[in-house]
Ligand binder design. Structure first.
Ligand SMILES: Nc1ncnc2c1ncn2[C@@H]1O[C@H](COP(=O)(O)OP(=O)(O)OP(=O)(O)O)[C@@H](O)[C@H]1O
Ligand SMILES: [Mg+2]
Length: 447
């Protein structure tokens, strides 16, 4: 798989999971909101039906009572009361009918209406008789068998009506419950689905993280090998002259010994040869250290010593290219907790880039160290060509190089970036096109 895809797929998976979670949460929220609206509307309907129910039953009783009291007492005040309540009852019944579904509206309505008309007629007739002082005739109407029959028909109609209203309430309540159960089942399903998805996503990301870590380690190592490849030519050159010298001293010594002229052996020459051997052994040791895969073990280290070790490896190459190296080290530096071989690799890459940026006429590299309370800062400043503005955002990307496939892998800075970030630090660049670039990294003192 392409490396950039490996780096990006984690972000794609994570962001699409977040988007999917947000979409599902919005759906859940819409369902809850709609259910809340529906149950609020239904509650309103139920309380209205209950209120109308009570009013209809109560006012019907009031009307019957008023008519009968008017007959019994002969007092016209009861007619007034009757006339007050009658339109109110009509209004409540009309309102209640509007709350019924269409098929209910017709059910038994004509019979009840006819009985109601007859009852009203009889009650008005009785009131007329009361007004004329014929209370007995009025009494006869209101207690007649026909009045009773019509009252019964009307009562049955009203009961049916009230039952239908109650039926409506029951249906709506059941509908709320059904909707609630369906919504709860859906929400439960969504939550379980999201939990499973996130477990899979986190496991996958974890797996990919491990893969990326392995990939990163491989990159780190192959980048080291590439650097060693670049160094080997310099090393061959660097080893050749002292080896010739040592060989010459040894041959001379052997010759003097063979001719029994040991006293003529130049001790200073032998000492110089030993010193050269020491230096070559040191170089080989450093190269071996550098070649080894990262220990990944953080230890307390002196950054200036690390820088000197790297300079030792690169000095010869810098001299050959006419690059002067200047140190501006701040005194009293604290030890830092870091993986030594990795910090060496960062220094190596940055100095190598600086050297490669310097033209053949030569130039200068300045290594500056500074400290603050919480971190240390190392800057590598060169007098090379600098970096164009449009390339600046790309240089820390893996495989970005302007040096051609043979000379550069384009991994140097991305490896530096990875190492410094892993140490809790930061790396940045300041470029002045045509005048040079300064790469700086900071590391926390207690990292
Ligand atoms: N000091 C510098 N001055 C100018 N350009 C630089 C400097 N350091 C890095 N660059 C630019 O950044 C690019 C990426 O650098 P990086 O070290 O990642 O890869 P590289 O040097 O091209 O290849 P490699 O390090 O694998 O040999 C370089 O090709 C170069 O264009
Ligand atoms: Mg490089």
């Amino acid at each position: 798989m392409d490396n950039s895809i490996k780096y990006n797929r984690k972000i794609v998976l994570f962001s699409s999971s977040v988007v999917m979670t947000c979409v599902l949460l919005i759906v859940v929220w819409v369902i809850l909101y709609k259910n809340y609206g529906f149950s609020k509307k239904t509650q309103k309907f139920i309380s209205k039906v209950e209120k109308l129910n009570g009013e209809i039953v109560h006012m019907d009783e009031v009307l019957t009572m008023s008519a009968r009291m008017a007959v019994a007492s002969g007092n016209v005040m009861w007619e007034k009361r009757y006339l007050d309540f009658e339109p109110k009852l009509e209004k409540s019944i009309t309102e209640a009918i509007q709350l019924m579904p269409d098929e209910y509206k017709k059910l038994g309505a004509s019979q009840t209406d006819a009985a109601n008309i007859k009852l009203v007629e009889m009650e008005r007739k009785a009131f007329g008789l009361v007004r004329r002082g014929e209370a007995n005739a009025a009494h006869a109407i209101l207690y007649s068998a026909e009045y009773k029959d019509q009252k019964q028909i009307y009562k049955d109609g009203i009961d049916k009506f009230v039952n239908l209203l109650n039926g409506q309430v029951e249906t709506k309540t059941k509908r709320i419950e059904k909707r609630l159960y369906i919504s709860l089942a859906f929400i439960f399903g969504v939550v379980v689905f999201l939990i499973i998805c996130w477990l899979i996503v986190l496991r996958t990301i974890n797996k990919w993280d491990k893969e990326i870590k392995i990939l990163h380690e491989k990159e780190l190592h192959s980048e080291k090998l590439a650097s060693i490849g670049k160094l080997s030519a310099t090393f061959a050159h660097e080893f050749n002259s002292p080896l010739q010298g040592v060989l010459y001293v040894l041959e001379m010594t052997v010759e003097k010994c063979a001719n029994n002229k040991r006293e003529e052996i130049d001790k200073e020459f032998v000492k110089m040869a030993v010193k050269e051997c020491d230096r070559m052994a040191g170089l080989v040791r450093h190269l071996k250290d550098f070649h080894r895969p990262s220990t990944n073990v953080a230890t307390l280290m002196d950054i200036h010593e690390v820088i000197e070790d790297v300079i030792l490896l690169m000095n010869k190459r810098l001299q050959d290219r006419g690059v002067a190296l200047k140190r501006k080290f701040e005194a009293g530096f604290p030890l830092i907790n870091a993986v030594e071989d990795q910090i060496k690799q960062v220094m190596f890459n940055l100095i190598q880039n600086a050297e490669e940026a310097i033209p053949d006429e030569g130039g200068k590299i300045t290594i500056i160290t500074k400290r603050s309370d919480s971190n240390i800062k190392v800057s590598i400043k060169d007098t090379g060509g600098g970096i164009p503005d449009d390339k600046l955002p790309l240089i820390f990307e893996p495989f970005f190089t302007t040096k051609g496939a043979v000379k550069g892998t384009g991994l140097g800075l991305s490896v530096c970036h990875g190492i410094i970030k892993m140490h809790g630090g930061d790396i940045s660049v300041d470029s002045n096109l045509g005048k040079g670039a300064t790469f700086s990294f900071v590391l926390p003192v207690n990292s």
